[in-house]
Design a protein around this ligand. Sequence first.
Ligand code: SF4
Length: 263
Amino acid sequence: MDPLAVPLTYFEPWDREFAAWVAAHLAYGRVAPMLKAIRCALAPLGSHPAAWLRSRNQKEARKTLESALKGWVWRFHTQPDIVDWILTWKRLDEASGFQGIESHLLPGPGASADESLSRLVQSLRLDLPQSRGTRFSLPDPLEGAACKRWRMFLRWMVREGWPDLGQWKHYPKDALRIPLDTHVSRISRMIGLTTRATPDARMVEEITTALRLLDPLDPICFDFALSHLGILGDCPGVRSLPGCAPCPLVAICRAGVTKRKTP
Ligand code: SF4
């Protein structure tokens, strides 16, 4: 199951945005315990978490969350990390006049999408305590990081239509970049979307540029299909018949072929 399943259980747009903020942040590691950690982190805020946060001041919300999430942990993230992350959404939402956090990530005159993301990351690095979890949460694309979970959050919020939420109306869809996980990087190499070996910001750029040739307005509409081909375990990693016969990529896949050709 995809972590996006958690925000989709909420009905109100701000609740979905907030749940996506938490779910994308914790979306790493094994799926079943990861989903449990996300649901446990959200549980104290009830079925309307955005309203819950907006109706309390920072001090009250922190006190309640620290008590309710005592003992909560998900791999690199501890209880203080998740409380800070939840209250960061509250602070950003308040700063935008209770319009969610889109305005903090918008590209605009003088700032590309990655420059906007970098600016927010750098300001959060100054605001949040320097824990292991916080460092893991705040990669900077301008420092060469792939920023998979940030890019996944942006995809969820911006792209409309299943499975994404499509709530942000100002962020340009063509500025999104591929959320690079091991499956997307492996399959992208196999079908010639990238020649790079390291899954970093340059690979993100290379794959997104290649996908832009296929769909300039919505280059990452292929992300869900690429990643789930790997997640579902349907790709053996070496092209073989009949194993690969049902795969729609079989005509261009170079997996297992030593001489590289441009598809
Ligand atoms: S053709 Fe086979 S190896 Fe290539 S992407 Fe499809 S399933 Fe994977």
